[in-house]
Ligand binder design. Structure first.
Ligand code: ATP
Length: 238
């Protein structure tokens, strides 16, 4: 097993007329939950899209599980959850997950396991249109868990979820990491930082800090990540 699921150097992305990622270097290790934190618009989704291989106008080197990002062979080794739901409104949770299992060629037995992993067992037969927002996000996540991907990439998976559910989902992410997967989770909510094994703090298309939450706080000489973020930004401006 490779230690780094993702290895990136010199990542530059241009969108419209603007360069939105300005030459990033980072890794995403296997067996850990890596958080990508930064304010709205800083480039988190763009970074994630580059890793998954769906972003246009990318330069630099982006290697995922030993292959160039976007390689065909990576398709069933990466689970990717976007902010927009991929599940169908008029199908039940089970029908949705079973549909994607067929598409991916994943064993039917996986369907129930993935639904249970996101704690949707009680709603398995409900059509997605009648689920709450949080339940719908979890149905989306269940699809991404099919086939036990080596890399799970989640773009703001906990937005709009209640604290109990967030707790459940973070538990799921850590279980997957403990089983050896690399988990990359973005969030604009700084208070999710402490739940990550490793963090990348991002601002204006640049990674301004990278390390364990403890190491980042120690280096900045403060005791919460939000303060660390501000201290680093102030330090850069000075
Ligand atoms: N098609 C586009 N043309 C030009 N600029 C774009 C385009 N799409 C996105 N951008 C810009 O790229 C930057 C990064 O966007 P991105 O969606 O990656 O940010 P984000 O950190 O994921 O934000 P959020 O947390 O709000 O989802 C933003 O400033 C955005 O305005």
């Amino acid at each position: 097993m490779m230690n780094n699921a993702v290895e990136v150097s010199g990542l530059v992305v241009v969108r419209g007329r603007r360069e939105v990622l300005h030459g990033l270097d980072f890794i995403v290790p296997a067996g850990e939950v890596t958080g990508l934190l930064g304010p709205s618009g800083c480039g988190k989704s763009t970074l994630i899209r580059a890793v998954v291989g769906v972003q246009a106008r990318v330069s630099g080197s982006v290697r995922v599980l030993g292959e160039p990002a976007g390689s065909r062979s990576l398709r069933d080794r990466i689970g990717y959850v976007t902010q927009a739901p991929s599940v169908y409104d008029d199908l039940s949770v089970t029908e949705n997950v079973a549909f994607f299992a067929r598409v991916l060629g994943v064993d039917r037995a996986e369907v129930e396991r993935c639904i249970a992993a996101v704690d949707l067992g009680d709603h398995a037969d409900q059509v997605v249109a009648r689920l709450s927002g949080g339940q719908r996000s979890r149905a989306n996540l269940a699809v991404a868990l099919l086939g036990s991907p080596d890399l799970l990439v989640l773009d703001e998976p906990t937005v709009g979820l209640d604290p109990v559910l967030r707790e459940v989902l973070w538990g799921t992410f850590h279980r997957l990491a403990d089983a050896g997967a690399a988990v990359l989770v973005s969030s604009h909510v700084m208070d999710e930082a402490e739940r990550c094994d490793r963090l990348m703090l991002m601002r204006d298309g640049v990674i301004i800090a990278d390390g364990s939450p403890t190491a980042i706080k120690e280096k900045a000489g403060v005791d919460d990540i939000e303060q660390a973020f501000l201290a680093i930004v102030r330090g850069e401006a000075a």
